[in-house]
Design a protein around this ligand. Structure first.
Ligand code: 6CS
Ligand code: FE
Length: 311
């Protein structure tokens, strides 16, 4: 007879987090899942760069008038000129200023077209060696003077713990819709940090997303861990003019400062996940977050669109 033990079998989890104590583990998944070939949407050098650093900044992928149209569309969405789906808007922690609008393709045909573009979804699908779908999408807006910081985090840590994304096989694409320089709170990334999974200390509070989207406090590494990571890997600042595309692996450590300059900073942000990596039950939270933060339906592969953006 098999002895019945009183220990509950823990679900198999290569990336445990929200623990009594912080814990470092090595990455168990590839970063680049395709073999480079001449018709790939990135050069061999760009592919190696992404593999090594966990991100790449791509300039001049989009035409000037494509970028202009996207900027106008973004202003219209933010400026109350469109009916937006309820519950998809997040404001700043201390004011009613718009910080994020979620579900971008659902609310705008032009952003929907952008999301399936070869220069965005095509590159994501190539890097992940898989058909992809959108896990999350958002328009981030950091207002001049009042836009607050995003503290250091790995996106995967939250998506795994709170949404149930099983493996590191997702990539984020951030298209800059304003010029980003060193001053207006640009994205900062730690090159090479994607090779470490930092299981964070602390439990997930109920409905954590309600505060974490304004100011994340759970699922962030300790000062010691961040110091160690930054000393080992350094910090890169992803500056560029509007139209620049920043692609980064789901586990790359990143964050951004507040914006006290008069110059707003905004970007359109799409997270592509491999269809084979669809969400399960959360690994470290009682119930999953709402659909606007992580798509939970049957993933449908994006059909990649080529040519100039048009609707
Ligand atoms: O909640 C999310 O999905 C994203 N937002 C924050 C503030 N942290 C984790 C992840 O990047
Ligand atoms: Fe993030």
């Amino acid at each position: 007879m098999v002895a019945i033990t009183d220990t509950v079998k823990r679900r198999q989890d290569p990336y445990p987090s929200r623990l009594p104590e912080e814990r470092w583990l090595p990455r168990q998944d590839k970063t680049v899942w395709s073999q480079w070939c001449p018709d790939a949407p990135l050069t061999a050098q760009e592919t190696d760069h992404f593999d090594r650093d966990g991100f790449i900044v791509l300039r001049d992928l989009f035409l000037e008038d494509e970028v202009k149209e996207l900027m106008q569309e973004s202003a219209a969405l933010r400026g109350g000129k469109r009916e937006l789906e309820e519950g998809c808007i997040i404001t700043e922690p201390d004011s009613d200023e718009v910080r994020t609008i979620f579900k971008l393709p659902e609310q705008s045909p032009l952003f929907n077209r952008l999301a399936s573009d070869r220069r965005v979804a095509g590159i994501a699908s190539y890097l992940l060696g898989a058909d992809v779908y959108i896990h999350q999408s958002r328009l981030n807006y950091k207002a001049g003077f009042t836009g607050k910081e995003f503290y250091w985090h790995s996106d995967f840590e939250t998506w795994h713990a709170e949404d149930g994304m099983p493996r590191m096989r997702a990539v984020s694409a951030s298209l800059l819709l304003t010029d980003n320089d060193a001053l207006n709170g640009p994205l900062m990334l730690m090159p090479g940090s994607h090779q470490h999974f930092i299981g964070c200390a602390g439990e997930t509070p109920e409905n954590n997303y309600k505060s974490s989207l304004k100011k994340q406090e759970v699922g962030t590494p300790s000062h010691e861990a961040l110091t160690k990571l930054a000393n080992k890997h350094g910090i890169h600042v992803a500056t560029g003019k509007a139209g620049t595309l920043v692609l980064f692996d789901c586990n790359t450590m990143h964050g951004s400062n507040g914006n006290i300059t008069p110059f707003a900073r905004s970007n359109a942000f799409f997270v592509f996940n491999a269809v084979s990596n669809r969400l399960e039950d959360p690994f470290d939270a009682k119930k999953p977050r709402p659909e606007f933060l992580g798509f939970r339906g049957e993933p449908k592969p994006i059909e990649i669109a080529s040519g100039k953006l048009s609707i």
